[in-house]
Design a binder for this molecule. Structure first.
Ligand code: ATP
Length: 351
């Protein structure tokens, strides 16, 4: 657990970057610091590993003030990932990853074995081990940065805008990868971003900071979206707040119709749309009895696993306005009609 206890940072020129910040980043969870440019996110993060020292207040690591721990010893237990990875350009990937194990005096073979293990863990081809950073894409370098931070298995990981320099598709896959890794590793992670979508996706808890380094709100993403503390947070969350909230509404109890699912070639119905499924019960397309023989596109969501946001998206992908519920194998479970989606939305708005 990392505890900020009334932490203030005043730079020598008088700028107050962080102002009486008090919060806890629980063990094994991802705590995200988010806020507009200059609100003190990076300063807060760097005070944890003492790259910057607090002016007032204390930061405690599992109850021990970090100010009392020698910085090199402190940083051995804290992995650090920055934007654009910050890899050593003249070292091979394997040696970049093994940086901290080498510093800790591990023997070369053990350090390199560990680096190879991590290379795979972060989803990279072992063949990259012998390359240099410039021979990797930005996203691949970022994965190496994560592997390097994890090399000595530190319990704490600090990540400062680690994915902001890559394109949106690579960014999404890096975020997914981090969540997958965290599932296995359960590190205490503090993650800095200015992107609220990233904060909501990754954070178990999200700390919204305002310029002047004051905490505006600390909450889990669902609560943040449902109950912003004030106008600043509401504005920062943006106009899509309602839609984003649907990410946290389950599709589990959604009312489904199975009578609208038919086999190819079946005819005659008074329904405006029927979903055609193949022999293996997989969806093929929507059929309007008015236009026999012409199948229209469909959208699916995984029942109970995907959120209402995905179900709505699936409905919007089809002229039928209905979403197709499937199971883990992609087989049709039923169809959520507009009425069923409406009901669920009304319930979500109430709750
Ligand atoms: N060494 C310094 N000396 C004086 N002021 C500083 C120094 N470093 C940062 N600041 C100021 O402290 C405030 C907080 O900076 P910080 O880098 O922590 O913000 P941030 O939220 O991480 O911003 P960004 O999202 O733009 O990276 C800013 O006003 C910044 O100009």
């Amino acid at each position: 657990m990392i505890t900020f206890d009334a932490v203030t940072k005043r730079y020598p020129d008088g700028t107050v970057a962080v102002d009486h910040l008090s919060l806890e980043a629980p063990t094994g969870e991802i705590t995200v610091f988010v806020g507009p440019s200059g609100c003190g996110k990076t300063t807060s993060l760097r005070m944890i590993n003492r790259m910057i020292d607090a002016t007032e207040g204390q930061i405690l690591l599992d109850g021990k003030p970090v100010q009392g721990i020698d910085p090199p010893a402190l940083r051995r237990g804290i992995g650090y990932v920055i934007q654009q990875a910050g890899l050593f350009p003249h070292r091979k990937i394997i040696d970049n990853i093994a940086t901290v194990p080498y510093l800790l005096g591990w023997d070369k073979k053990k350090a390199r074995d560990r680096a190879m293990e991590l290379l795979e863990r972060v989803g990279l081809d072992p063949a990259f081990a012998g390359r240099y950073p410039f021979q990797l894409s930005g996203g691949q370098q970022q994965r190496v940065g994560v592997a390097r931070a994890l090399a000595a298995d530190p319990p704490v990981l600090l990540m400062d805008e680690p994915f902001s320099a890559v394109d949106p598709i690579v960014r999404t896959s890096l975020q997914d990868e981090l969540l997958r890794l965290q599932n296995e590793l359960n590190k205490t992670i503090v993650f800095v971003t200015h992107d609220i979508d990233e904060a909501i996706k990754l954070g178990d808890r999200v700390a919204v900071l305002r310029v002047g380094g004051k905490l505006a709100q600390l909450a889990d993403p669902k609560t943040l979206l449902a109950e912003p503390a004030d106008d600043f947070v509401r504005e920062f969350l943006g106009h899509d707040r309602g839609i984003r909230r649907l990410q946290f509404v389950s599709t589990e109890g959604l009312r489904l119709r199975t009578d609208l699912v038919v086999r190819e070639g079946s005819g005659g119905s008074s329904e405006p749309w029927l979903l055609v499924a193949d022999e293996g019960e997989r969806p093929v397309g929507w059929l309007s009895p008015e236009r026999p023989g012409k199948l229209e596109p469909y959208g699916t969501f995984l029942l109970g696993r995907d959120s209402m946001r995905s179900a709505l998206d699936a409905a919007l992908l089809s002229p039928s306005g209905c979403a197709v519920a499937v199971d883990e194998e992609g087989k049709v479970v039923g169809v959520a009609t507009r009425e069923a989606l409406d009901e669920a939305l009304a319930e979500a708005a109430d709750g």
